[in-house]
Design a protein around this ligand. Structure first.
Ligand SMILES: Cc1cc2nc3c(=O)[nH]c(=O)nc-3n(C[C@H](O)[C@H](O)[C@H](O)COP(=O)(O)OP(=O)(O)OC[C@H]3O[C@@H](n4cnc5c(N)ncnc54)[C@H](O)[C@@H]3O)c2cc1C
Ligand SMILES: NC(=O)c1ccc[n+]([C@@H]2O[C@H](COP(=O)([O-])OP(=O)(O)OC[C@H]3O[C@@H](n4cnc5c(N)ncnc54)[C@H](OP(=O)(O)O)[C@@H]3O)[C@@H](O)[C@H]2O)c1
Length: 448
């Protein structure tokens, strides 16, 4: 039977899924609610899928944040060490153009429902301009992203000021002269606090635990490049050594008035920020404890401190969400996520997840390798292990890192180990820089 794959999403993961399927001569169509390629990296001041803000630059550096088939040197050798959201958007769009993917992407379309019929059939319901359509595919590749559905916190009492999630934070200007409280210790919280502190009357940041803040550069090099030198060391020992290095460079959190971390390095997703500690020591960002309750505009903190704020920005993370699946079919929102190599379902053979993992590093290089493996399977060059269910369980029980029990930690992988595990499954010559023949033939047909 001729294979026909539906890909949900034309973000960094969806485009590499599409490219690698087409590369192997497999018919594939990507659907995206957006109007161009780029997913999270299409910054918009209006409500959209994207959660990046005006000043976002990535936290993984460029040589560890590129597709092997289309590197930053192939795109623009002058790309910054930590590219901005706009450089990334242009990089992803250049990838799609280079590999002639655009004719295979249907934009402005929402995938509403995916019904698994059997091992050779999916019924996909889409909606465009209010009109629903159903179409059959043999396979489904899910690349809908996992940083778009806000996870809000709950506290006793009511806050009468403005309350928003970081997904809705776009730029600092609206917070000029306001008293702003940022909640969270992840990358969004630290970035947002730094940005609002440039214009606000006051910015404070509330942490419910202690975090290590990793600088973007160590010894003049991007810190992930420095960390890469030790990738041969087992993760636990590597993390221990990292924490010592960090202590030497940064000192103790207490020196900044911040809660000390109580867990080992890697127990929480790393927070990488060059400016937060600087802003704290310059009095621009005030560290605060966890929130106990709200009373109108007053916030009462765990240590008894009480302060008034105009705005609260909850940078409290995102739900893992697949609204196009029936909840009793697939629902990973509260974990666990038992998928072999974070992509193969234990039972459903014509389903792949691409990019649904959280590396201590960048997502799309791993998504590219997952996509190549999916394509190898579809052309019959790779077979699922017979003990797949057991392997799925094993991955859940033996994560690369032992992390604190927080909803954001259900899909963590060690970047270097994950990439190595995927490469082990692929043929040696897996890199393919040429535009796909299938895409070329579409282009040629259009020209004639
Ligand atoms: C502020 C911020 C900074 C980040 N920085 C980094 C970083 O430095 N490094 C890193 O690796 N990651 C970072 N991330 C994580 C981010 O998720 C990835 O960089 C990347 O965007 C993942 O690509 P993706 O294609 O899997 O998902 P997305 O980029 O989210 O793309 C998903 C696509 O699917 C489409 N879609 C979703 N649902 C549907 C549907 N039902 N129907 C049709 N289309 C649909 C969306 O429109 C979108 O285009 C960051 C995230 C945020 C919020
Ligand atoms: N510049 C960049 O490249 C950049 C910027 C922003 C985000 N990102 C990426 O985007 C992804 C999402 O990051 P994120 O920072 O938005 O989310 P996140 O990593 O999930 O962090 C959420 C933070 O909020 C805390 N939190 C959650 N619920 C809370 C509650 N009820 N009360 C108090 N605190 C609560 C979490 O605490 P726990 O520690 O207890 O979980 C954590 O500190 C990550 O992959 C991140 O690296 C990158």
């Amino acid at each position: 039977m001729k294979k026909k794959v539906a890909v949900i999403g034309a973000g960094p993961s969806g485009i590499t899924a599409l490219k690698n399927l087409l590369d192997q001569g497999i018919e594939a169509v990507a659907f995206d609610r957006n109007h161009d390629v780029g997913g999270n990296w299409i910054y918009s001041e209006d409500e959209s899928h994207s959660s990046v803000f005006e000043t976002t630059h990535i936290i993984s550096s460029k040589t560890l944040s590129q597709y092997e088939d289309f590197t930053f040197d192939d795109f623009d050798p002058e790309t910054a060490d930590y590219p901005s959201h706009d450089e990334l958007r242009r990089y992803f769009q250049a990838y799609a153009a280079h590999f002639n993917l655009y004719p295979h992407i249907r934009f402005g379309i929402m995938v509403k429902h995916c019904r698994w019929i059997d091992e050779e059939t999916w019924e996909i319901t889409t909606e465009k301009d209010g009109i629903e359509e159903k179409e059959l595919f043999t396979h489904l590749a899910v690349a809908n992203g996992h940083h778009w559905k806000p996870r809000y916190p709950n506290y006793p009492g009511e806050f009468s000021g403005e309350f928003l999630h970081s997904h809705h934070y776009k730029k600092a200007a609206p917070f000029k002269d306001k008293r702003v409280l940022v909640i969270g210790g992840g990358n969004s919280a630290c970035d947002v606090a730094v940005e609002t502190s440039r214009v606000s009357k006051k910015t404070a940041i509330s942490w419910r635990r202690g975090y290590r803040i990793v600088p973007k550069f160590i010894f003049g090099k991007p810190s992930d490049k420095v960390a890469e030198q030790s990738k041969w060391i087992p993760p636990r020992l590597r993390m221990f050594l990292n924490s010592i290095l960090l202590r030497i460079i940064i000192g103790k959190n207490e020196a900044y008035g911040l809660r000390p971390p109580t867990e080992h390095f890697g127990a929480t997703h790393p927070t990488i920020n060059d400016e937060l500690l600087h802003k704290i020591r310059h009095g621009k960002v005030k560290p605060r404890m966890d929130i106990k309750k709200f009373e109108g505009k007053k916030v009462v903190f765990e240590d008894g401190k009480e302060e008034e704020y105009d705005t609260i920005i909850a940078c409290t993370g995102y739900w893992l969400s697949h609204p196009f699946f029936d909840k009793d079919f697939i629902d990973y929102s509260s974990g666990p996520v038992p998928l072999y190599l974070k992509m193969f379902h234990p039972k459903i053979t014509n389903l792949h997840f691409i990019g649904m993992f959280q590396p201590l590093g960048c997502i799309w290089p791993g998504a590219e390798l997952q996509s190549k493996l999916m394509a190898q399977e579809l052309i019959g060059n790779w077979k699922r292990p017979e003990n797949l269910e057991e392997l799925c369980e094993k991955e859940v029980k033996n994560p690369d890192f032992k992390q604190i029990n927080s909803p954001r930690h259900t899909i963590t992988v060690d970047f270097h180990r994950f990439v190595k595990d995927l490469k082990k499954q692929l043929p040696k010559n897996y890199v393919s820089k040429m535009p796909t023949t299938e895409a070329l033939s579409v282009e040629q047909n259009q020209e004639t």
